[in-house]
Design a protein around this ligand. Structure first.
Ligand code: ATP
Ligand code: MG
Length: 384
C-alpha cells in the first residue's frame, strides 16, 4: 500500500494533434512547481500519479499543484495491488461510523475478474461489516471511490479536489500585463495566465509624486502572481515627465486619455522588443470614465501590431474582488499608496473622447521624444 496523489487534466483532450505539446508543457510545469520536493511522477494510462513524497509534505504539495494551470482536479488516494483480497483489506480500514456512504467502483482494466457493480456491492458489504453506517446511493455523506486501472493497481479515494483548470502556462505564448497597484490588473494577469499565457509586466510610476512604497507594492503584487505564473520580468518605467508635459500642454479633461494612449504606445514598443504577443489590461466596461467604449476605442486605437486582452471587461467589481481574494492579491492591492494615474487627476475627465480631439491635444507634445525618454530609463526587475 502507498499514498499517492492522482491528477486529472481538463481541456487538454480538445487539442487533437497538439495534445503532446500541451501534455509535455503540463508535466514540465508540474515538475517545476514541485521543485525542491522529494517525489516521483508516473504517467500511466492517461493518469498522472505523484508518489514517494514525505507524508508531512502532502498538503503543501497539494496546495502547490492547485496552482498549476491545466490540472482539473486531484485526489489523495491509496494505491494497492488490484487483487480483490488486497482491496478488501484496505477498505476494511475505512471508518464511516454514523454516516451514510456509497461505493463507486470503476474498472478500466477489463481483465479484472469482477464487474464494477459487483465490486461496488462487495466492497459496500465490507464497509457495512466494519462500521455502524448506512448505504445511501443518492445523497451519501461519504463517497468511497475505487478505480481499478490497467497498470494492475487499484486506487481508493474519497474527494475530488478542484484545481485551477485552464491551459498549461506557456502554451499560448507570452504577453505584457499592464500592472498598476490596483485590484483589477493582477486579476487580469491571473486570468490570462490561466489560458496558457506567460506574463511579463509593465508598471508606470510617477516618482517623486508617487512614493517608493507604491513601487514596492507593485513588486509584491507581481510576486503574488508568480505562484501561478512562475517568475515575472517586471518592466518599470517612469511616467513623471510625460504627465508633467501633458499637464502643461493639453486640456485637463483629456489628460487621462492621452496618458493611456502613451502608456499603450510604450507597451507596444516593449512587446516588440521582447517578443510579446499581446497587451493585457484590467479594464472593466463602464467602471470609470477611461473605461467607456469610446475611451477604449481612443486608447486602444494607437495599438497596431498586437491585440489588447481585457479579461475583466464583463466583470463586476465584486466578481473581480472575489478572484483577487482567491489569488491573495486583494490585501496588497488595497494598501493606500497612490497610483500614477491619481497624480494631476482632472476633476472632470472626458467620458466620450474622440480620436480627432486626442490627436489634436497630442500635437502639442513631442510624442516620440517623450516615449524614447521613457524607454531609455526603463528598469527591469525579475520577480520570483
Ligand atoms: P486597476 O485596479 O488594475 O488599477 P483600475 O480600475 O484602477 O484598475 P485604471 O486605473 O483606469 O483602472 O486602469 C485601467 C488599467 O490600465 C489597469 O487595469 C492597468 O492594466 C492599466 N494601468 C493603470 N495604471 C497603470 C500603471 N501605473 N502602470 C501600468 N498599468 C496601469
Ligand atoms: Mg488603477
Amino acid at each position: 500500500m502507498k499514498n499517492v496523489i492522482l491528477l486529472r487534466f481538463g481541456e487538454l483532450y480538445l487539442k487533437g494533434k497538439n495534445r503532446n505539446i500541451f501534455e509535455k508543457k503540463l508535466i514540465d510545469n508540474i515538475k517545476k512547481k514541485l521543485k525542491g520536493e522529494v517525489f516521483s511522477f508516473d504517467y500511466t494510462f492517461g493518469r498522472y500519479i505523484i508518489s514517494g513524497y514525505n507524508a508531512e509534505r502532502e498538503d503543501i504539495i497539494i496546495n502547490k499543484l492547485q496552482m498549476v494551470f491545466g490540472l482539473h482536479s486531484l485526489s489523495k488516494a491509496v494505491e494497492v495491488d488490484a487483487s480483490i483480497d488486497v482491496i478488501k483489506e484496505e477498505v476494511k480500514k475505512i471508518r464511516v461510523d454514523n454516516k451514510t456512504f456509497k461505493v463507486v467502483a470503476k474498472r478500466a482494466d477489463k481483465t479484472f475478474p469482477m464487474r464494477s457493480m459487483e465490486l461496488a456491492a462487495e466492497l459496500g458489504g465490507v464497509v457495512l461489516d466494519n462500521n455502524k453506517c448506512k448505504v445511501d446511493l443518492y445523497n451519501p455523506q461519504v463517497v468511497i471511490n475505487v478505480d481499478v486501472r490497467e497498470n494492475k493497481k487499484a486506487y481508493i479515494y474519497f474527494e475530488n479536489i478542484i484545481c485551477q483548470g485552464g491551459l498549461p502556462l506557456g502554451t499560448a505564448g507570452k504577453a505584457l500585463l499592464l500592472l498598476s497597484g490596483g485590484i483589477d490588473s493582477p486579476v487580469a494577469g491571473y486570468l490570462m495566465a490561466k489560458r496558457g499565457l506567460e506574463i511579463e509586466a509593465l508598471h508606470f510610476h510617477s516618482y517623486p509624486y508617487t512614493s517608493e512604497r507604491a513601487k514596492e507594492k507593485v513588486i509584491e503584487l507581481a510576486r503574488k502572481l508568480t505562484g501561478y505564473t512562475g517568475k515575472i520580468k517586471l518592466h518599470v518605467v517612469s511616467f513623471t515627465k510625460v504627465q508633467e508635459e501633458i499637464h502643461k500642454k493639453c486640456v485637463p479633461e483629456y489628460m487621462i486619455t492621452i496618458m493611456r494612449r502613451i502608456m499603450m504606445r510604450i507597451a507596444e514598443k516593449i512587446c516588440e522588443k521582447n517578443e510579446l504577443g499581446a497587451i493585457v489590461t484590467g479594464e472593466s466596461l463602464g467602471q470609470v470614465a477611461s473605461q467607456t467604449m469610446q475611451s477604449m476605442t481612443v486608447t486602444g486605437g494607437v495599438i497596431e501590431r498586437v491585440p489588447v486582452f481585457r479579461p475583466c471587461i464583463a466583470m463586476d467589481k465584486t466578481e473581480i474582488m472575489n478572484i483577487a481574494n482567491k489569488i491573495d492579491t486583494y490585501e496588497t492591492s488595497i494598501l493606500p499608496y497612490e497610483d500614477c494615474c491619481t497624480v494631476f487627476l482632472p476633476k472632470y475627465p472626458v467620458i466620450k473622447p474622440t480620436i480627432e480631439k486626442a490627436e489634436k491635444e497630442e500635437s502639442h507634445l513631442d510624442l516620440n521624444a517623450l516615449i524614447e525618454e521613457c524607454l531609455a530609463g526603463e528598469e527591469i526587475i525579475v520577480v520570483e
